[in-house]
Design a protein around this ligand. Structure first.
Ligand code: 6GU
Length: 226
């Protein structure tokens, strides 16, 4: 997979890709990530890329021309499966969307800033808009990093233990069950006996029941969601 990220602040988003799973995924050649700073496409040498909004109101809007130049250039080089705009006024990211995107070859991600981008950019280029939750961030950069993490770890061969993504929370619309490690007893607090029993079918059953219990308690909406 190749991911191109277009942003006002490439430096704000680089570091999550330089560590842990995301770094390993790149080292293994499973994904290539390229950052494009919008100021490189600015209208003048002062790096102007935003302006006041028509009709008045607080906040600057990212201008159409620098983004058009950047996206058009990239689109001439390859076909993108999706051109994604990160914005809070969009459908919320979920595991299903992450799964679908993990199967693509070329993703282009545009991140907003300030009041966002000129609507005409959204109309002309964007094939998918994604929010990461019902709250507002200062910019879409961190949201893009979240999206990339959720997607990249699902690319086959990225996680060492191939099954571990399958038992994540949400993979089957259930929260993950509780997990324990040594010692079996700490300060009077015991690990459930079943987990020490070696009876793996029973353990799986216990985990499934615990996952359902936890989901009922914390996220009952997931159980009604089909
Ligand atoms: Cl994608 N961007 C911003 N600025 N805020 C958000 C978001 C995105 N998703 C949730 N909040």
């Amino acid at each position: 997979m190749r991911i191109d990220i277009v942003t006002v602040s490439p430096e704000l988003i680089r570091s999550p890709f330089e560590h842990s799973i995301l770094k390993r995924a790149q080292d293994k050649g499973k994904v290539e990530v390229h950052f494009h700073g919008l100021r490189d496409y600015a209208l003048n040498r002062y790096g102007k890329i935003d302006d006041y909004q028509f009709g008045g109101g607080a906040g600057m809007v990212l201008m159409i021309e620098p983004i058009d130049k950047c996206l058009s250039g990239l689109m001439q080089e390859r076909d993108y499966d999706e051109i994604i705009y990160m914005t809070p006024d969009a459908p919320t990211l979920d595991q299903r969307t992450a799964n679908i995107l993990s199967d693509k070859s070329n993703l282009l991600i545009l991140t907003g800033h300030y009041k966002g981008v000129d609507q005409r950019i959204r109309d002309k280029f964007i094939t998918k808009e994604i929010s990461i939750g019902d709250y507002v961030l200062s910019g879409g950069e961190l949201a893009a990093a979240v999206l990339c993490d959720a997607v990249i770890r699902l690319i086959p061969g990225v996680l060492g233990d191939e099954t571990s993504a399958l038992t994540d929370s949400f993979q089957d619309n259930l929260l993950a069950p509780p997990v324990f490690t040594r010692p079996a007893e700490y300060d009077g607090m015991k690990v459930p006996d079943i987990l020490l029993s070696g009876n793996f079918p029973k353990i799986e059953e216990w985990r499934h029941d615990a996952a359902i219990e936890r989901t009922k308690l914390i996220r009952p909406d997931l159980l009604n969601d089909e």
